[in-house]
Design a protein around this ligand. Structure first.
Ligand code: ADP
Ligand code: MG
Length: 319
């Protein structure tokens, strides 16, 4: 199979009713029309075999996750998905793999009405890089540098199950097969919180998606906004499988897990009802976990209000 056969067979789709690209795959560039009054939100994420996923990971799930992590960035910005490009490095033209990968990719793309408009295909170590394009009315994007003093801090969904599964796969500890399989769903098929991000426009002051662990990621909002925070650690929503583990593990993995792809956002206390309304409209749970304050740094409190001293590191590829 030639490079062009491969692209035509697995990545070109014809007569998609919701096509938004004026020109999609097949020319030197795709052409997108910018709508009046809208800003384009752009983000890239790369998934490298052996680094972001194990060799032999199911291709359907990999297709899902490659796009999910990019959609999650749009969600965190409150942007509506429009289109994406796919740069793919493949060791070989494995038709079974391509069939499953593209099926997982397009299932999620269709769910979010996000169109594949181009890319690049080359031979090499398995590496998947997606660049995604979204849109938001000018000035409405949810940024990291706009949290305010006294904001509530919220997180969507649950945290820590992906980290729980990963630890078992790395043999840090053992989990029974049922627990591991259930936790691994969070690791392999995260659900990007796009609807919640859109519903939070005009309500939240700031937002980001939690990919490297809550405490480190929240730290980005705090640093950029010139604030500190207090978090009530035992209110953090743990994944269903993590809830069954020790308090110590629960605290550690909700605070500094990784691969959660939930939204962490801040909103004024006066808008709690609107936040809950947005969550309901988006059919996504949200939990209030603390508040921002002027004093820099993050203070962690247990359920008795006592300060916890935990040694936590957020994920850093070069640390
Ligand atoms: P060029 O030589 O101009 O870079 P290519 O030969 O690499 O173009 O690609 C041909 C067309 O196929 C382009 O429109 C490109 O965007 C598209 N394309 C290449 N690889 C992919 C892919 N993995 N997914 C989607 N479109 C792709
Ligand atoms: Mg090319």
């Amino acid at each position: 199979m030639s490079e062009f056969d491969l692209i035509a067979r697995y990545f070109v789709r014809h007569a998609h009713p919701k096509n938004r690209a004026m020109l999609g795959i097949g020319d030197d560039c795709a052409l997108l029309l910018q709508q009046d009054g809208m800003q384009t939100a752009i983000s890239s994420d790369m998934l490298v075999e052996g680094r972001h996923f194990f060799a032999g990971t199911d291709a359907y799930k990999l297709g899902h996750k490659s796009l999910a992590v990019n959609l999650s960035d749009l969600a965190a910005m409150g942007a509506e998905p429009v289109a994406f490009t796919l740069a793919l490095s493949l060791p070989k033209a494995d038709e079974q793999w391509l069939e499953k990968f593209s099926a997982g990719l397009f299932a999620l793309a269709d769910e979010h009405n996000c169109e594949l408009i181009g890319g690049d295909t080359t031979k090499g170590p398995l590496n998947i890089c997606i660049t995604i394009f979204g849109q938001t009315p000018i000035g409405t994007a949810l940024r990291r540098d706009t949290a305010q003093i006294g904001d509530d801090i919220w997180v969507s969904g649950t945290l820590g199950d992906a980290r729980l599964a990963l630890g078992a796969m790395h043999k840090e500890y053992e989990l029974d097969a049922k627990t591991l399989n259930a936790a691994a769903v969070s690791l392999h098929t995260p659900q990007p919180r796009v609807a919640l991000g859109l519903a939070l426009r005009g309500v939240a002051h700031s937002a980001l998606d939690v990919s490297d662990g809550l405490i480190g990621d929240l730290g980005h909002i705090l640093k950029k906004s010139g604030l500190g925070a207090t978090l009530n650690v035992d209110t953090l929503p743990a994944g269903a499988m993590l809830q069954k583990q020790s308090v110590e593990m629960r605290r550690r993995f909700t605070l500094a897990g990784g691969d959660d792809y939930e939204l962490c956002f801040t909103a004024p206390a006066s808008r709690r009802e609107e936040v809950l309304g947005a969550a309901l409209a988006a059919n996504t749970s949200v939990t209030r976990i603390g508040s921002t304050e002027a004093t820099p740094g993050t203070r962690l409190l247990d359920s008795d209000g006592k300060i916890l001293d935990l040694q936590l590191a957020s994920f850093d590829h070069f640390a």
